[in-house]
Design a protein around this ligand. Structure first.
Ligand code: 8X3
Length: 244
């Protein structure tokens, strides 16, 4: 039997890169997409995958990317992120729009473009990397919470709309994972990013990737609808046990 092809967005670092590696180990041919092509090429080389430039916020980029993906059995919509931690009163609307664009519309653009190939595979699967922030809002999270709630809604709608088609849909919602997530959120402020994980043991990108690989390797008739994965030290979006 020919090998299945997995497409992973946002694959140049963090959960995306770890997922590309985990899926390659699970036997998939992996196509990796991201904007940072140099880093992407390194990740692709490490897992024997194919690196292709992709900006999920750009229609033309998505079209060019998906045009060269000839087969798609699994799509992992991982590209996304948070920008800022401002209150609603102080909201930077432009950042909110960017969060909606990358998290919600980015997932919609890539999914829409690859759906015909996922259906044609006869056993397709879409995994959306959401967030605990898509279920539990928190002060300062307004823009990101709204985007992740919306992305979760789109994922559930997709699951319903594809009922009867050979495509599964799963939402994987991580809590605190130490990646570049907080550095990006705080515009490169490493100290502020480090403080997020101070005194607790966060998840690693590999922890989440392992869950995604497990979801992707269930038998074809098994749909894992949703997984929330948090560190033992986190019992809610804002409920964290710190050791000191
Ligand atoms: C990342 C988790 O709690 O920072 O998606 O929003 S959180």
């Amino acid at each position: 039997m020919s090998r299945k092809t997995a497409v992973v967005t946002g694959a140049s670092s963090g959960i995306g890169a770890a997922t590309a590696k985990a899926l390659a180990e699970a036997g998939f041919d992996v196509v990796l997409g991201a904007r940072r092509v140099d880093r992407l090429a390194e990740v692709a080389a490490a897992c024997g995958g194919t690196a292709l430039e992709l900006d999920v916020t750009d229609e033309d980029s998505v079209a060019a990317f998906t045009a060269v993906v000839s087969r798609c059995d699994l799509l992992v919509n991982n590209a996304g992120g948070a920008f800022g931690l401002d209150s609603v009163a102080e909201a930077d609307i432009e950042l909110w729009q960017r969060m909606y664009d990358v998290n919600v519309l980015g997932t919609a653009r890539v999914t829409k473009a690859l759906l015909p190939k996922l259906v044609a595979s006869g056993d397709g699967q879409v995994v959306v990397v959401g967030s605990i922030a898509g279920h539990q809002p928190y002060p300062g999270g307004g823009g990101y919470n709204a985007a992740k709630h919306a992305e979760a809604a789109v994922t559930r709608v997709l699951r319903m709309e594809l009922l009867g088609q050979p495509v599964r849909v799963c939402e994987v919602d991580p809590g605190m994972v130490e990646t570049e997530f907080s550095v990006v959120r705080f515009e490169g402020d490493q100290e502020r990013a480090d403080a997020v994980y101070a005194g607790m043991t966060p998840l690693t990108a590999e922890d989440v990737a392992e869950s995604i690989a497990w979801v992707a390797t269930r038998p074809a008739h098994v749909n894992i609808d949703q997984i929330t994965i948090t560190p033992r030290d986190q019992a809610g979006a804002q409920m964290v046990h710190r050791h000191q």
